[in-house]
Design a protein around this ligand. Sequence first.
Ligand SMILES: [Zn+2]
Length: 550
Amino acid sequence: MKADLVFINGEVVTVDHRNRVVEGVAIKDNRIIAVGSNTEVQQFSSTDTVIIDLGGKSLLPGFIDAHLHLTIYGTNLLGVSCIEPHIQSLEDIFIDLRKKVQQTPKGQWVRAWGFNELKLKENRYPTKEELDEISTDHPIVIIRTCNHSSIANRKALEIANITQNSSNPEGGILERNQDGSLTGKLIENAHMNFFEYASYNQEELRAGMKLASEKFIEAGLTSIHDAGAYGEGSETLRIMQQAINSNEIQVRVYAIVGSLTNSHEFVHKMLEAGPITGLGDDRFRIGPAKVFADGSSVGPTIATREPYSHTSNDYGIIYYNQDELNRILGDAHKKGFQITAHAQGDRAVEMLLDCIEKALIEHPRENHRHRIEHGGIAPLDLQKRIKDLGVVIVPNPVFMYVNGDKYREYYGDRVDVMYPARDYIDQGIIAAFGSDAPITFLNPLLGIHAAVNRKSLTGQSVGANQCIGILEAIRAYTWNGAYASFEENSKGSIEVGKLADFVVLNDSILKVDKEKIKDVKVELTMVDGKVLYDSKNLMKRFEKMRTLNL
Ligand SMILES: [Zn+2]
């Protein structure tokens, strides 16, 4: 067999079971046919083979982000971004909102995302009245960076049927002024429910998904686990599948069956419909059934066993009681689903473990790979249970970088067991990293950086005991992600027979100063043997030859 393409003189981080680092890799069509030294892989070249000299740069398996929100990430790109560097004050946001209002037909939604009052000069939310000044003809909503609260103008509340007389939904708050009038701020379930009304139409969803996929490919992601969107989940799944068929989405998608607004209804619907985890192909597959067990780590609203450190008697929010959780996820397990929940605080993680344990006792199943999304606070006793139950955890080390200082304030010394990657590896637990984008940054190299360095944005050490090695962090962002979706036999490492999903970096990731990992850039992304991103035109010749051969 002759290769279409051979990479030589690289730092090929294979992530195989021996963690081999080799010089080259050869591919034919969409598969890897050789991995090894320059001589070993060049044996597969013919006169038609394109040979790429990597000049010592790293070639890694394509990154797998085991938890992010494709649709929200994409549709955000259609709205006003509050995370741009020029956003320093509320007025800066208002300027961008006014521009958006001018471009948007009356009656249609104007949305802003990534809002964080702590990063603004005024250090507060805007008021409903300030938003009304921007427009009363357009419903306007500003979504907080945590996606657990938002602020809406009068028109938006009107559309969502939220009035003076509305009562707080279960697990949520419609914030009020002292005189009882609505402030427009929507918290937790009040915010979640609101998105039934502030949802996107089909064209917007498709456009957003395409934008998201482009950004993912640029970041070096070749597979993602989609953790759900707002609103009607089955519609999102259907549109996502269409977008994949039409190549608007080019990353591989493992679609977690979950919705931010009505997770248990969606799970219930899917259970009725029939398809279970694993249905699909290499590009699109049905993932686990997921519900929300608790709140946000920066709200902070996560459910903890001990009260928060910065305030007395606050243990966070729990979405379901144990019986409800057991029933919803227990049903899904019984029907053959992989199951998971957003569980951030140790109390929520414990509830989820109780639920998984009970499900497995009642209906034993080998190789279930049930998951925990986030598992923010996971002390030793919970780690032991994760290991014993064979649960896969999906932590977000990048949160330590972005939120580390806040975590220290909210959770005190518990930061030492937050997203505890070192402990997981030592215990033999499979931890697949996720960014939770757009909640935080997408860049997998930043995620790896955060796991290796465990320092916050301001340089403070946050749980240095949980630092891991670079190879360990790469594995968590590749092979472990493949394992979490039952796909480690076809991807996640550079081995003969596996799919040709790669990234080439602009440097040697094993030699770069570990404090600078986040500055390493992706130069090339290949999915299924196709070059989808090539910032340095490394592959121009290869692409030309392929077209000639066709
Ligand atoms: Zn998430």
